[in-house]
Design a protein around this ligand. Structure first.
Ligand SMILES: [Zn+2]
Length: 305
């Protein structure tokens, strides 16, 4: 069932959980993510990142019809989202293609330009019934990972002003996560996230979500994160599984193996984002009761601080 981001985030708000949001630049990853979500009866967001077109991974006009078809066929609500659209024309093209949600990323622009362009995208998206995510502060390098771009943490007062003036549906905020592979354990700025959560009325988005530890997911969700973007570690799981295959494989065996491994990784993430009150939490995340109690205790301590 194809839905927009606003509708999916309403479900997340009501359940006080986060929804997994995955870049799916090919059929195998799309099927892996949607089947993981269906198994757990959770809504999910599949995303095309502008940078994947720039890297030659996939073209938006080719992948969009497939994303929309699979979203429509799914038994759970699925949002088809453009991730980090940095060009206004590219975002417009996504809306024309039928994306139900777009992220306009003006985080590298001057503040006034980011406000102005985001507001234009918001009024444009309204005509399509689509939702808009935007960013203030900067997560640094985009989905390609690697070097480039400096991280600037989101200022809570700026975040409130930006969300109110632009009328966005979700706000991506920078508080310590990063895109790509983490070279060292990320240290998240929870007091900052708490303040952003208190000041901003729209749901918050965590980028660079894969590779964050379970306790940090829980704290972030408690403090208002409702959409968690993942890609790198799922893609890495697919790659690692394929590397284990014997020689003389047929190509479809490679795709099937990658799909199996990516589904397992996506299921684990979706399991974490449901929060421990869900009966399937342990089943999908592999965390035992003792471990879970320790995590819950740690999270409660931080939140009450
Ligand atoms: Zn991102």
């Amino acid at each position: 069932m194809l839905v927009n981001l606003k509708e999916i985030l309403k479900i997340a708000q009501a359940r006080k959980c986060a929804i997994g949001s995955f870049n799916t630049p090919n059929l195998a990853s799309m099927k892996a993510v949607i089947s993981a979500a269906e198994e757990q009866n959770m809504p999910v967001i599949i995303m095309h990142a502008q940078i994947h077109e720039e890297m030659g991974v996939c073209k938006m006009d080719e992948i969009a019809p497939v994303m929309l078809l699979l979203a429509d066929k799914a038994s759970v609500p699925v949002c088809v989202h453009l991730d980090h659209g940095t060009d206004m024309s590219y975002v417009k093209k996504a809306l024309d293609l039928g994306f139900t949600s777009v992220m306009f990323d003006g985080s590298e622009l001057e503040k006034e330009m980011n406000y102005a362009n985001t507001s234009i995208i918001v009024s444009l998206a309204k005509k399509f019934g689509a939702s808009v995510e935007a960013e203030i502060g900067s997560m640094g390098a985009r989905e390609g990972g690697g070097a480039g771009g400096e991280s600037v943490y989101t200022d809570p007062d700026d975040a409130k002003d930006f969300a109110e003036k632009t009328g966005i549906d979700a706000l991506a905020c920078a508080f310590g996560t990063a895109h790509g592979i983490y070279l060292k354990e990320p240290k998240l700025d929870f007091p900052r996230l708490k303040e952003i959560g208190e000041k901003v009325s729209v749901p918050l988005v965590m980028h660079g979500g894969s590779g964050v530890n379970p306790a940090d997911y829980m704290k972030s969700i408690e403090l208002g994160i409702r959409k968690i973007n993942c890609y790198t570690y799922m893609a890495k799981a697919g790659g690692a599984a394929v590397a284990e295959l014997k020689k003389d494989m047929l190509y479809h065996d490679i795709e099937l193996e990658a799909m199996r491994a990516m589904k397992e990784d996506a299921a684990r993430s979706i399991g974490f984002f449901k929060m421990p009150q869900s009966p399937e939490y342990a089943q999908y995340t592999g965390i035992d009761k003792g471990e879970m109690e320790t995590i819950v205790k740690k999270v409660i301590e931080i939140i009450n601080k």
